[in-house]
Design a protein around this ligand. Structure first.
Ligand SMILES: [Zn+2]
Length: 272
C-alpha cells in the first residue's frame, strides 16, 4: 500500500468510526489541525486501574489512538506553552496536578479546565507513597485532591478522597503505590492511571532527542496512554512537533473524562 492510500484509508476509518469528528472539525478554526477524535468515558467501577506500566490492563483504545497526559503542573513558566500547542492543534489532554502547585496557581488550574482539558490528581507534595507511613500517604493524597478541588471550585469544604472528587482520576508519583492506598482509591470510586508509554522527559535531553525517543516508542506500542510533564521546558518545546507527527502519521487523540461528566464534556465539545 502506498503511504497516500494508507493515509486516506486511515482518514476514512477515522471519519466513519469517530462520531465527534465532524463536530470537532467544525469547531476547530484550523482546517488541517490534529483535533480530538473522540471522548472516552472512564468509569472507576469498570476501569479502576489502567496503564500497562503498572497494571495488566489499560484503556480500550483502538490502533493508533492515544491519550495525552501531563503530570506535575501547573507551572506558569511552561504550562501556557503546552496549552498553546494543544490549542493550535485543537487537542484535549489530561493534567494530573500536584496540589501545592494548584494551590499556588489556581487561575492556571481554572484556565486549563475552562479550555476543556481534564484535571486529575497527583498528590499534594509529590512524595514516594511507598516509603511513607500509611496515614501520611493518605493525608498527602487527600490534601492534593482538596487543593485541586479548591482551585477549580473555590471551596475548601471538599472532604478529599473521603468522597469522590469532581474528576476521580489519580496518578501516583513515580508510579510507586501501596496495596492499601490502591484499595482506598478504588473504594472511593477513583480510577488510578499508570501509563502505557512515556517520553522519559524527567531526563534532560534536547527536544529533538525527546521527540525521536517518544515517536519510536509510539511506533512500537501503536497506541496508548502517553505520559508527559508540562513543567518540563524540553517537553513544551517538543510538543508542537509531536502533535504534527501524530497528525501526519494517522494517530487520533482520545480525550478521557469521568463517566459521570461525559455528557458535560460533550456539551462543551459540541455547543449545538
Ligand atoms: Zn509526577
Amino acid at each position: 500500500m502506498t503511504l497516500g492510500f494508507t493515509r486516506t484509508l486511515c482518514t476514512a476509518i477515522a471519519a466513519a468510526t469517530v462520531w465527534t469528528a465532524a463536530a470537532k472539525a467544525a469547531e476547530c478554526p484550523r482546517k488541517d489541525a490534529l483535533g480530538t477524535s473522540r471522548v472516552l468515558r472512564v468509569d472507576a467501577a469498570t476501569s479502576p486501574r489502567v496503564g500497562l506500566k503498572s497494571f495488566p490492563q489499560t484503556l480500550p483504545l483502538q490502533d493508533h489512538e492515544v491519550v495525552l497526559t501531563f503530570d506535575d503542573g501547573p507551572w506558569p513558566g511552561t504550562t501556557p506553552r503546552v496549552l498553546a500547542a494543544l490549542a493550535h492543534e485543537c487537542v484535549l489532554a489530561t493534567f494530573f496536578m500536584i496540589g501545592r502547585s494548584a494551590s499556588a496557581y489556581p487561575e492556571l488550574v481554572r484556565r486549563i479546565a475552562a479550555l476543556g482539558h481534564t484535571v486529575g490528581h497527583h498528590t499534594w507534595s509529590h512524595p514516594n507513597i511507598k516509603y511513607m507511613k500509611p496515614d501520611a500517604a493518605v493525608a498527602d493524597i487527600d490534601k492534593g485532591i482538596a487543593a485541586v478541588e479548591k482551585a477549580l471550585h473555590g471551596t475548601a469544604s471538599t472532604p478529599g478522597i473521603a468522597a469522590t472528587p469532581s474528576t476521580p482520576f489519580f496518578r501516583y508519583p513515580y508510579f510507586e503505590m501501596t496495596p492499601a492506598t490502591l484499595d482506598l482509591l478504588q473504594n472511593r470510586g477513583i480510577t488510578v492511571f499508570g501509563a502505557d508509554l512515556w517520553a522519559s522527559d524527567w531526563e534532560p535531553m534536547k527536544p529533538a532527542q525527546q521527540l525521536k525517543l517518544l515517536t519510536e516508542r509510539l511506533q512500537a506500542a501503536r497506541k496508548g496512554i502517553i505520559l508527559l510533564h508540562d513543567p518540563k521546558a524540553q517537553t513544551a518545546a517538543m510538543l508542537p512537533a509531536f502533535l504534527r507527527y501524530l497528525r501526519d502519521n494517522g494517530y487520533r487523540v482520545v480525550h478521557i473524562v469521568p463517566a459521570a461528566a461525559a455528557s458535560t464534556a460533550r456539551a462543551v465539545q459540541n455547543p449545538k
